[in-house]
Design a protein around this ligand. Structure first.
Ligand code: PEP
Length: 250
């Protein structure tokens, strides 16, 4: 069956020293807690190897991105094999900030997903509409296209290795959260899109996380919905107490 997961996305925050300290704190808290979900922190590339050295047990580690090429003359890029060599097991792909600011389209994302999977990394694949799309009632079509164009080239076996994150762009970092009913409505729709392509069993086994201003105060209501399998957490993952408040919402 699918897993409940809470994953932090630190984005471009913390120096290496601050990051290692935060990871040590989260590691101690997660291993002391009787967490009812898997817990992952996704951190800047520079922090991966040092943080892998200070975490253990129940806490998983991921990157926030990887390159769409395996190796070669791509100055400044970090490849999936490099990420895997740090000990990280996950990688966020298709985050709206990557789509919006770095022009990541479906073709680039298909290449990244393939390289992540080839290198044993679990992609946390993000989808979600912008405010104008929601207001125009196009959010169902938008997320369907993002899933079809970014992922439906995969075999059922490979698709089964993914984690999905529905993140309405209008809720990311804005303090505006989708209501639990809005989240459930679209998560159930996403699962039906997956079922249409890969069958009900694959759909039922796919973890679909909600992201967008998730906090200790709203996490329990969101996670109580049958198709919301956890959260991808930005701002609130930068404070151990807030992040643990969300982990403990399960
Ligand atoms: C995110 O960027 O993935 C995110 C959900 O951010 P926040 O929790 O800050 O809205």
């Amino acid at each position: 069956m699918r897993k409940n997961i809470v994953a932090g996305n630190w984005k471009m925050n913390t120096t290496l020293q601050e990051g290692v300290k935060l990871a040590e704190e989260v590691n101690a808290a997660v291993n002391a807690a009787d967490a009812k979900c898997d817990v992952i922190i996704c951190v800047p590339f520079t922090h991966l190897a040092p943080i892998n050295g200070v975490i253990s047990g129940k806490l998983g580690l991921g990157a926030e991105n990887c390159a769409d090429h395996k190796s070669g003359a791509y100055t400044g890029e970090v490849s999936a094999p490099m990420v895997a060599s740090t000990g990280a097991k996950y990688v966020i792909l298709g985050h709206s900030e990557r789509r919006q600011y770095y022009g990541e389209n479906a073709e680039i994302l298909r290449a990244k997903v393939a390289l992540a999977l080839e290198n044993g990394l679990t992609p946390i694949f993000c989808i979600g509409e912008v405010l104008s799309e929601r207001e125009a009632g196009k959010h169902f079509d938008v997320v369907k296209s993002q899933i079809e164009d970014g992922l439906f080239n995969l075999s059922a076996e490979d698709f089964s290795k993914l984690i999905l994150a529905y993140e309405p762009v209008w809720a990311i970092g804005t303090g505006k959260t989708a209501t639990a009913d809005q989240a459930e409505e679209i998560h159930a729709f996403i699962r039906s899109v997956i079922a249409g392509k890969y069958g009900q069993e694959v759909a039922d086994n796919t973890s679909i996380l909600y992201g967008g201003s998730c906090k200790p105060t709203n996490a329990a209501e969101l996670f109580a919905k049958p198709d919301v399998d956890g959260g991808l957490i930005g701002g609130a993952s930068l404070k151990c107490a807030d992040f643990m408040g969300i982990v403990n919402a399960f």
